[in-house]
Design a binder for this molecule. Structure first.
Ligand code: NAD
Length: 247
């Protein structure tokens, strides 16, 4: 596909983990991808791997907990490719902490990183999408936001529950403008933090599907939600959890 015909996507927290898998998948699907992350070095390495010319993949160093940094990041992508057609809010901070031990500063930082950043970027991207008459926003939530979480702290779970509500609010605001807003709620996805094969297998035995999920499976859910066949799906939460939580 010629570069000028490619839609553009902005993916936060895209230097590793689920965000990286999303960035790789969307790039493979023909999007120009802005790889936004606080780890600028890793973001640059991924962008260079995807497209050394920078025409279809660009790194953006950003601290999503810092509103000025977020606005700079958005403006940077806008200057290069125009406002994004697709926004994937994914950057997040997971903190394991007993609810009795959460300090207010840590609460504020987790909420700023995981939720306020979704608000600010959705405001910026959503306005441009509305004007353009097409857009896709996907918010990475979590099983923790639905059920309170097993290991992650209350601040993390609250931020992920907030992301689900924010999804519905923006979905309603933008529904008549060709813009869909959806959430993905993963659980039990294989990550480096999960340990080796044996640990993953042990976790897998506790899951109805009998195994842990992969970041590529989460990326495939995002690819569907930003793709051509999902225009009638908005305000929804797509659970990618191996059946751990059914509703
Ligand atoms: N992995 C799972 O099993 C799982 C399950 C449910 C939800 N999630 C959600 O998926 C998203 C990604 O999770 P992951 O497991 O890939 O995490 P991860 O820690 O592997 O990756 C997170 C990425 O976000 C970046 N990041 C962190 N703070 C940032 C900040 N302030 N500014 C910019 N970038 C920042 C990190 O540098 C990293 O590249 C998160 O929102 C997480 O809550 C993950």
């Amino acid at each position: 596909m010629a570069t000028e015909q490619r839609r553009s996507a902005l993916v936060t927290g895209a230097a590793q983990g689920l965000g990286e898998a999303v960035a790789r998948r969307l790039h493979a699907d023909g999007f120009r991808v802005g790889i936004a992350d606080i780890n600028g070095e890793a973001a640059s390495a991924l962008a260079a791997e995807l497209d050394a010319t920078g025409e279809t993949a660009r790194a953006l160093e950003v601290d999503v907990a810092d509103v000025r940094s977020l606005r700079r990041c958005f403006a940077d992508q806008e200057a290069a490719w125009g406002a994004p057609d697709v926004l994937v809010n994914n950057a997040g901070r997971t903190v394991k902490r007993s609810v009795w031990e959460i300090e207010p500063d840590e609460w504020d930082d987790v909420l700023a990183t995981n939720l306020r950043s979704y608000l600010v970027l959705s405001q910026l991207a959503g306005s441009a999408m509305r004007e353009r008459g097409w857009g896709r926003i996907v918010n990475m939530s979590s099983f923790a936001g639905q059920q309170g979480g097993l290991v992650a702290g209350a601040h993390y779970a609250a931020s992920k529950a907030g992301a689900l509500v924010l999804t519905k609010i923006f979905a309603r605001e933008l529904a008549d403008a060709g813009v869909t807003v959806n959430a993905v709620a993963p659980a039990a996805i294989r990550t480096p933090a999960m340990g080796g094969e044996e640990d993953a297998a042990a976790v897998g035995r506790t899951i109805p599907v009998g195994r842990v999920g992969t970041s590529e499976e989460v990326a495939a859910a995002v690819a569907y939600l930003v793709g051509p066949d999902s225009g009638f799906v908005t305000g929804a939460t797509l659970d990618v959890n191996g059946g751990v939580f059914m509703r």
